[in-house]
Ligand binder design. Structure first.
Ligand SMILES: [Cu+2]
Length: 111
């Protein structure tokens, strides 16, 4: 009897990580691509859902960044051929720019 109860408890423990993994997978969002080329973000305006990720890829020669105007997030320097990612967990409107070339601007709307 005791052994049986113990086995049930062990089975419960074994299933817990699977339940957690399932919950995480259900929330996994889409990854949206933004290209950086000719000193511009393309697309410059993007509407995504909370939980989604934006991936910026630098297709040009100069290094760039995507920095939130409100300083809530930034990609760090993205060199030629490299990418930077940000996951947006909450709804909001984010204007961003390149810290090296402030005339480069974009907007992410998280719904
Ligand atoms: Cu730039």
């Amino acid at each position: 009897m005791i052994a049986q109860t113990r086995r049930k408890f062990i089975n419960f423990l074994a299933s817990a990580p699977l339940l957690l993994a399932g919950a995480t997978a259900a929330r996994a969002g889409t990854t949206h691509k933004v290209n950086i080329s000719d000193f511009a973000f393309s697309p410059a305006n993007l509407t995504i859902k909370a939980g989604d990720t934006v991936k910026w890829t630098n297709r040009g020669d100069a290094a760039h960044t995507a920095d939130d105007k409100g300083s809530e997030w930034k990609t760090g320097t993205i060199k030629r051929g490299n990418s930077g990612k940000v996951t947006f967990d909450t709804a909001g409107n984010f204007n961003y720019f390149c810290k090296f070339h402030p005339a480069m601007k974009g907007e992410i709307s998280v719904t």
